[in-house]
Write a protein that binds this ligand. Structure first.
Ligand code: HEM
Length: 197
């Protein structure tokens, strides 16, 4: 007797819905970042000297985890030649969850204490292009996290959806870290080494 195929039919509606919801989330985060009055009340340094120090260090951890996630995904998809070890799937899921939670902590602090800065600061000085780009990337990261979670959870998504969602999240996350933590360390030095903030 041939076993019944229990795989549900693939549907393009899943990625379309995922991208639509992700875009709405990114937009709403951006609107919140513009209308909310930035405040340090309700933030934490997690024991670091300042909130910025905490974000820079956690962002470096997130950047390293993102690179490991990308390598792990390529390995799991058999793109690195040698077969993936049996523990890799679990390790990929655990470190991905840690990266996601750290990203949410960092993004909350950016949004709550700084907001989405565009145009001019209150003193009339123009907001630097890097800051604008970083803020927009940050909003896109949060929207893409939604897309990625939909891609991971759905059994009806076409096979291309998960690698595309993962690749997009990796690209945006690394760009957000490069335009913030990496810029900060390049300009002010490692946190605690006389930096500002
Ligand atoms: C939710 C959307 C986000 C918004 C609106 C946002 C906004 C901002 C703003 C306005 C700054 C100050 C930039 C400056 O001083 O010129 C900042 C700093 C920072 N952000 Fe974000 N951000 C977001 C998400 C993220 C994410 C996802 C990460 C990393 C995973 C991140 C990491 C950092 C770090 C490390 C700093 C401190 C270094 C710096 O001053 O650039 N942010 N963010």
């Amino acid at each position: 007797m041939v076993a019944a195929d229990t795989t549900p039919p693939r549907s393009l509606a899943v990625p379309l819905a995922g991208f639509a919801v992700g875009a709405v989330v990114a937009l709403l985060v951006g609107v919140f970042g513009k209308v909310h009055d930035p405040t340090l009340a309700g933030t934490t340094t997690l024991g670091f000297r300042t909130v910025i120090d905490m974000k820079v260090v956690l962002s470096v951890v997130v950047g390293v985890l993102a690179v490991l996630q990308a390598i792990g995904a390529l390995w799991l998809y058999g793109k690195l030649g040698a077969g993936a070890p049996p523990w890799l799937g679990t390790a990929h899921r655990v470190s991905g969850t840690v990266a996601l939670l750290l990203t949410l902590v960092i993004a909350y602090h950016c949004l709550w204490a700084l907001g989405l800065e565009t145009g001019r600061f209150a003193d009339g000085e123009p907001v630097p292009a890097r800051t604008v780009v970083h803020g927009v990337l940050g909003c896109a990261v949060l929207g893409t996290i939604v897309v990625k979670v939909v891609a991971v959870r759905s059994r009806r998504a076409p096979g291309w959806f998960l690698p595309v969602a993962g690749g997009l999240l990796f690209t945006l996350l690394v760009s957000a870290v490069l335009t913030s933590a990496v810029w900060y360390i390049g300009t002010h030095g490692w946190p605690g080494a006389g930096g500002y903030g």
